[in-house]
Design a protein around this ligand. Structure first.
Ligand code: SF4
Length: 96
């Protein structure tokens, strides 16, 4: 005996709220198909690999801005390493 079900998915106000959240861009990140640990590498080789994935990411700029705004110290975000983000922030402080 078998049964067939039809599932109808309709947008809800809850979905709409999620899409408008400050981090909704993460749903479009190339990294979503990789293990999280890929973007929190333990050595330079891992950083290079993660940055390579970021190169083709459609939300890389938003990701980088988010990491800079939120002062995220660890991991590869927006195609930048921890050290590179520290340099960017330092330059911003110096320029201000
Ligand atoms: S830029 Fe890199 S870390 Fe940021 S969302 Fe894209 S793939 Fe993920």
């Amino acid at each position: 005996m078998s049964a067939t079900f039809q599932v109808i998915v309709q947008p809800t106000s809850q979905n709409k709220t999620f899409r408008l959240s400050p981090t909704s861009w993460m749903n479009d990140g190339t990294c979503r198909i990789y293990p999280l640990s890929t973007f929190f590498p333990i050595d330079g080789k891992g950083v290079i690999a993660a940055k390579k994935i970021c190169q083709n990411c459609p939300v890389a700029l938003r990701c980088l801005n988010y990491a800079l705004t939120e002062n995220i110290e660890h991991g590869v975000w927006g195609g930048t390493s921890e050290r590179e983000r520290r340099r960017i922030l330092k330059r911003r402080v110096t320029a201000a």
